[in-house]
Design a protein around this ligand. Structure first.
Ligand code: HEC
Ligand code: HEC
Ligand code: HEC
Ligand code: HEC
Ligand code: HEC
Length: 349
């Protein structure tokens, strides 16, 4: 260390010495002259690579081609055609699911009072399901500007006992929207003191659209035993949602999409139909068996519930039959739960 600094010092001494020698030959330096004229401008540089447009994330959804495609799909869909909207959308207790105005009213106020006040009930349209964006941070909080994504309190249980705590299902955000309307309205029958049940309507049953409770695997008239616990029985319930199968790639036809079934993580290309698979066909055959038994026992007449008083388990089987007819998936919405329901209902007779 010490040696090193001595050597450096010696070299510095030499160079200072030689500088002193040179300058002593030139004489003292004069003052700096005036600045020369500015030189010509240099050539322009090349443009940098453009950055990503600030609204690029928005344009993935907000472009005219996509909007027009979605609008055309919607216009041809059962939601968009809305024949029922005109005949039932104005009626109290129907409008909350069968019209744009009724659904909005119920979502805003929790009430169902619009009734005759809906001058011209409108079909289900963009603004029925869509509203404001919950967030514009799409990377961390993806959202489709939906009117509601909250878990749904089931109407059938509220109808049966308005004072009881609500029974709630959570199918995952986008599919909770569907569950608001695609749910049963009437709870299963409860036996009178004689072990019977009386119904008075030829439309007795849970009402159209029990798909969300089918998927969740709860709420039907569970005669017999062997039902999977709610939410557990079916891969379609644990790994799929309404939108997985009915809105594949953001499609607004709402028809079940074969490509969704055939996704690599699901049936991986093995299916050729959404309606005629072996298990669905077997389900349809069992449905015909149940229908025949209900007809023989007098609960069905010309395909409709035949009002009267019957043993409770027979009425449960009828209720389940109507549920499965209205579910319209021949078991797909939850094979383990719905097949058990069907088999146990047949076993009543
Ligand atoms: C909780 C929501 C809800 C309420 C309330 C409701 N419906 Fe429905 N209704 C539906 C859904 C969802 C469908 C379609 C289900 C399907 O296609 O599987 C439907 C289907 C129907 C259909 C069959 C339509 C067709 O094209 O075959 C009729 C008829 C009907 N409803 C009448 C009524 C009437 C009348 C009322 C009022 C007394 C009413 N609904 C109340 C949700 C509801
Ligand atoms: C019955 C409810 C419903 C109606 C009616 C509806 N949408 Fe949607 N829309 C949804 C849902 C749910 C999603 C999210 C789908 C998903 O999770 O993939 C969505 C997604 C979208 C997207 C994003 C699609 C994508 O590729 O990511 C656009 C854009 C859109 N809707 C526009 C419209 C327009 C325009 C209309 C009317 C013509 C309309 N929607 C009507 C429920 C609806
Ligand atoms: C994943 C798809 C998607 C993306 C990404 C998206 N939007 Fe939307 N946006 C929708 C849908 C669906 C609607 C409702 C239906 C419609 O109006 O087309 C909507 C509605 C809107 C509306 C009218 C309703 C409201 O919230 O006030 C505005 C404004 C809007 N978006 C702004 C934006 C902006 C700004 C961005 C980017 C920062 C963006 N959106 C990105 C799907 C999207
Ligand atoms: C505002 C209530 C409402 C919402 C929300 C809703 N639906 Fe519907 N949906 C209905 C009604 C009512 C019908 C029957 C309309 C008719 O027959 O006029 C229907 C019909 C359908 C049909 C056609 C049935 C047929 O006859 O072919 C499918 C499929 C469907 N809905 C799926 C969905 C899915 C998936 C979602 C969620 C993304 C959804 N719906 C959201 C009320 C709703
Ligand atoms: C695993 C895929 C899958 C899931 C999840 C699913 N569906 Fe379906 N759904 C189907 C198939 C497949 C059919 C048609 C079966 C047939 O035609 O025999 C169907 C039929 C229907 C129908 C009868 C009209 C039609 O288009 O045939 C309605 C309405 C419906 N589903 C609504 C829903 C709703 C609401 C949800 C969520 C609560 C849901 N589905 C979840 C696959 C699915």
């Amino acid at each position: 260390m010490k040696r090193n600094s001595i050597v450096r010092f010696a070299m510095l001494a030499i160079s200072v010495g030689s500088f002193a020698l040179l300058s002593s030959c030139k004489g003292p330096e004069g003052p700096a002259g005036p600045a020369g004229p500015a030189g010509a401008d240099g050539a322009d540089g090349t443009d940098g690579t453009p950055g990503v447009a600030g609204n690029a994330v928005c344009m993935e959804c907000h472009n005219i081609a996509k909007h027009d495609a979605i609008e055309a799909q919607w216009a041809a869909s059962v939601h968009g055609i809305g024949e029922v909207a005109h005949s039932r959308g104005g009626s109290k207790s129907c409008g909350r699911c069968h019209s744009d105005q009724g659904f909005r009213e119920t979502q805003y106020t929790g009430q169902d009072t619009l009734a005759a006040a809906i001058g011209l009930p409108q079909a289900i349209q963009c603004g029925t399901c869509h509203d404001f964006h919950q967030s514009l941070d799409f990377e961390n909080e993806p959202n489709y500007a939906l009117r509601t994504i909250a878990p749904v309190d089931l109407l059938m249980f509220r109808a049966a006992d308005p004072e009881a705590d609500p029974v709630t299902i959570d199918l995952g955000s986008e599919s909770n929207l569907c569950a608001n309307c695609h749910q049963p309205r009437t709870a299963p029958p409860v036996a009178d003191t004689a072990g019977n049940y009386k119904f008075t309507s030829t439309h007795y049953g849970p009402h159209h659209g029990p798909q969300s409770t089918s998927l969740a695997g709860l709420g039907a008239a569970e005669v017999g035993t062997g039902y999977p616990a709610p939410g557990t029985g079916s891969t379609h319930a644990t790994s799929a949602r309404c939108v997985t199968c009915h809105m594949h790639d953001g499609e607004h036809t709402w028809e079940p999409n074969l490509a969704a079934c055939n996704d690599a993580a699901c049936h991986n290309g093995a299916l050729t139909t959404v309606s005629d698979n072996t298990r669905q066909l077997a389900f349809a055959t069992s449905m015909a068996t149940l229908e025949a038994k209900l007809t023989t026992a007098g609960l069905l007449l010309d395909g409709h519930p035949n009002p009267g008083t019957y043993p409770i388990d027979q009425v449960k089987a009828l209720y389940n039959y109507e549920w499965l007819v209205d579910d319209r998936s021949n078991g797909v919405h939850n094979f383990p739960y719905l097949e058990r329901l069907l088999a146990n209902s047949i076993a009543v007779f």
